[in-house]
Design a protein around this ligand. Structure first.
Ligand code: DON
Length: 307
């Protein structure tokens, strides 16, 4: 077994000195002010050991990574009926693209693009009242991470609301096709709040453990999802988790992963480890530049690719 403690520190040092930082997302004011030089990594192993380096304990906005937790909850609420309203194909388009919705009758390509995640929020509102829904999601993520200190950053949520014209367009457009059932403001209220969840790398890697552990929460031994569902969520992360950069991410790391515009990535080595990296500078496809490179290095050191 390689010395993981040494490897994560070596990776953090390399990323700190990496000349290219990428561009910090600036369309939400609270994200624009995050310093580009931050880098954190946390690796939680199947036996519970955790290796961390860099800014692994500094909270950041998990943004679209929340789509994994929302999907898990919505599948728990309605089961495979969810797939009548959301597809399972990579989109090949940007995360907030609207173009495919017209010819595909308001059915989003997958649950990890914005349109798909907005439908998932709508599905959750079939089960919970809006305020209750975000409370449930917070409870869910806290239980997965085994950490009650996780919160929603209200300033980020407000910023999403104030700048979310595209998301409003997506939701209204899908409502016109009958694929959004609740008032658009309520659906987006939930979506914006889930995107504004603030977590650090350690908390995020801990929260991802059920995807490493065949659907079980290792703390309680209880099933979060069935092994089959955990496998399917991982498959969607591998094929759709980085938008139109999903192929490139899979090529470079060979791991299921989900990125967010806050610069975080949750990656899963099934049966082996749950990994979170964070670096706010993004590449041209809107995925963390140093975060992707760090995961590539980790796989080079450990051989953890699923292939
Ligand atoms: O919907 C939005 O604009 C964002 N709050 C979430 C997007 C996101 O993280 C997409 N990412 N890579």
């Amino acid at each position: 077994m390689p010395d993981l403690g040494a490897i994560v520190h070596e990776i953090a040092a390399e990323m700190r000195n990496h000349p290219e930082k990428g561009t910090v997302a600036d369309y939400i004011p609270a994200l624009a002010t995050v310093p580009a030089d931050r880098f954190g990594i946390a690796v939680v192993m199947a036996d519970g050991t955790c290796h961390m380096a860099g800014d692994a304990q500094e909270a950041f906005s998990i943004q679209s990574i929340s789509k994994v937790f929302a999907l898990t909850m919505a599948l728990g609420a309605v089961g495979d009926a969810l797939w009548q309203r959301v597809g399972r194909e990579p989109s090949g388009s940007a995360f907030n693209s609207i173009v495919q919705l017209e010819s595909e009758h308001g059915i989003p390509r997958n649950p990890f693009i914005n349109a798909g995640a907005i439908v998932v929020s709508d599905i959750l509102l079939g089960r919970y009242e809006p305020r209750e829904a975000i409370g449930e999601m917070l409870r869910f993520v806290r239980a997965l991470a085994g950490d009650d200190s996780i919160v929603v950053d209200e300033e980020v949520a407000r910023g999403e609301q104030e700048t979310g014209y595209r998301n409003m367009a997506l939701a209204n457009y899908m409502r016109a096709f009958g694929n959004i059932h609740h008032p658009v403001e309520k659906v987006l209220g939930l979506y914006f709040h889930q995107c504004a969840l603030a977590m650090n790398c350690r908390q995020l890697a801990m929260a991802g453990r059920y995807l490493m552990a065949r659907g079980r929460n290792p703390d309680t031994g209880r099933s979060v999802v069935s092994p089959q569902r955990a496998r399917r969520i991982n498959a969607l992360m591998l094929t759709c988790g980085h938008y139109d950069g999903s192929g490139e991410f899979a090529f470079r790391t060979g791991l299921p992963g989900k990125s967010g515009v806050g610069g975080g990535i949750l990656a899963i080595a099934p049966g082996v480890a749950s990994i979170a990296v964070w670096s706010p500078g993004l590449n041209a496809r809107g995925n963390s530049l140093a975060g992707t490179l760090a995961l590539e290095r980790l796989v080079q050191h450990t051989g953890w690719s699923v292939f």
